[in-house]
Design a protein around this ligand. Structure first.
Ligand SMILES: C[S@@+](CC[C@H](N)C(=O)[O-])C[C@H]1O[C@@H](n2cnc3c(N)ncnc32)[C@H](O)[C@@H]1O
Length: 257
């Protein structure tokens, strides 16, 4: 796993660029959506049922980006707080709050070091946020600190399989393993930014080591009618219809912790 921690400067620079190229516009589509969906291919939450009833829950989203997931949860009665490293992403979130609502707190901070009190949340979520861009040895520990005993952690990240099939020079996943799993814990992309892709065994070790009991690992495929995403060239809809493209984990913090 990481020896020197997350590269905050590189990740912030990358996400400032991605914001101007894509997410600033795309956030308006996402905030306008009425349904909670997961990932690149918009798998509906009502099919996965990983969140449960969020009414009245204090929720923190680590690496919220433009914070559409938090917005969807707020509309279902949760009290979310969004945390992100990149000011441009949070500025887009503020514009979306003003345009679509609802308004909730947004904090500019590192997902590995969140300026919030311990044991103040019932649910920690991350969709391609800290779950990809923060060192799991650090952000999972931070999630455990932020949660009340018995609270839940739900996060989505690239599947281990798709990460093994995406070329090191970037581009869509092929039908071959093109990179070794050993060393995938920490990945630097040519386009900038550092990602973390532990294998399933590593995730279970890290979760259990921080007091979590794994409830589920949902391996997400693209729905039949899905289209290949316009911006992120990770997997085509055809690939993701055949192999799991995303891993959606649910874990519960031990109640007596
Ligand atoms: C893909 S976006 C995730 C948000 C949203 N769910 C989405 O899919 O667009 C990744 C986000 O992680 C944020 N990020 C990267 N490193 C971070 C860190 N160390 N702490 C908090 N957020 C971070 C980036 O600023 C970016 O907004």
């Amino acid at each position: 796993m990481a020896e020197t921690g997350t590269d905050l400067v590189a990740n912030r620079t990358l996400w400032t660029l991605v914001n101007s190229a894509f997410t600033d516009d795309d956030a308006f589509r996402a905030w306008a959506a009425s349904e909670v969906t997961w990932g690149l291919f918009h798998v509906p939450e009502h099919e996965v049922r990983v969140l449960g009833d969020v009414r009245g829950l204090d929720v923190i989203e680590l690496g919220c980006g433009t914070a559409y997931l938090s917005a969807w949860l707020a509309r279902r009665g949760a009290r979310p707080v969004g945390v992100d490293l990149t000011r441009a992403q949070l500025r887009t979130a503020v514009r979306c709050q003003q345009r679509w609502g609802p308004v909730f707190p947004l904090i500019e901070a590192d997902g590995e070091n969140v300026p919030m009190r311990s044991r103040s949340f019932d649910l920690v979520v991350s969709e391609y946020g800290a779950s990809v861009w923060c060192d799991p040895e650090r952000w999972v520990e931070e999630a455990a600190r932020l949660l009340r005993p018995g609270g839940r952690l739900v996060f989505l990240t690239n599947s281990v399989l798709v990460t093994l099939c995406v070329p090191e020079t970037e581009g869509f996943a092929s039908e071959r393993l093109v990179r070794p799993q050993r060393g995938l814990g920490r990945v630097r992309w040519p386009g900038g930014g550092t990602e973390f892709h532990p294998g399933h065994g590593e995730w279970i070790r890290i979760l259990a080591g921080n007091g979590f009991v794994v409830e589920a690992l949902h391996e997400l495929y693209a729905p039949d009618a899905a289209r290949t995403p316009d911006y992120y060239d990770i997997a085509t809809a055809a690939w993701a219809g055949r192999w799991p493209v995303e891993d959606l984990w649910a874990a519960r913090l031990e109640p007596d912790r």
